[in-house]
Write a new protein. Sequence first.
Length: 314
Amino acid sequence: MRMLLSLLALLFLAQPAAAQDRKEVDMSLVMAIDISGSIDPDEARLQRQGYVEAFTDPVIIKAILGGNHGRIAVAYFEWSDAWVQKLLIDWTLLDSEAAIRDFAARLAAAPISIARRTSISGAIRYAIPLFGRSPYEAERKVLDISGDGSNNDGGLVTDLRHDALKERIVINGLPIMNDRPNPFGFPSETDLDKYYLHCVIGGPRSFVEVAVSFEDFPRAVRKKLLQEVADIGPRLEFGPEVGRDFDIGELGLSPAGRDGIQLAQSTSQSSPRRVGGTPEDYTRFVRPEYELGCDVGERRSREFWQRRFGVTPD
């Protein structure tokens, strides 16, 4: 009995020690990048370069290191079909300028690839356990999804969004309003910004930042990252170097999207709080159902393939 009690005591004491091994970070950020067939190699390179440039920007670096803990954790994967996700960089701690620049260099050196379908739901499904196995303890978990089309493969995007929000993962979106001809002849989606707003993003202070073209992607990435990292702590002091295209004073406000539509602060301005001792339910931080339906991508895909080839995709 004494031996059993001693063993139980050791196990009890070991649990806090194990928890202490998880280094605290201001934010765990997963970047999920669309490489579906509607994106050609040049556009894929523009996307990649946008992230590389953002993580070598002195203002971004200063913001990352200016949070409460002075560090964030990041992971980067590319996605297309429901079961096609490619993890380019696993969880990496960004706690110094050298670490941030090393992350950018690794990203720049990774090969460019292109796949086929567009499964935002598959990307969210893949990201949930990715957050679960992070070796860091984060004050805020954020999934960034960028892409140039609506979901047309795998489960319903709203179902997977719900699963992510139950795990207290905030989803932000960066839709690319791509008007280049699709290799398959599929028309561009002029309502993609609204689709992301209503069907993809969710969680407290979630937002959409629109890239009006692939050439505009680097600007949009930079602005999105600044808004995210400025949300993690009060110790941010920016000088005139911010200037180029972003006013730090507008962080937390809603930049105008297409035709002046206010897109950024999509849900509640409030922060998550505890209600009755339990964490607030993130699933309530979503927009009402999209007027065209959040299965609009699946319907458009079926109609296109049926009209053009007389078949529907598997």
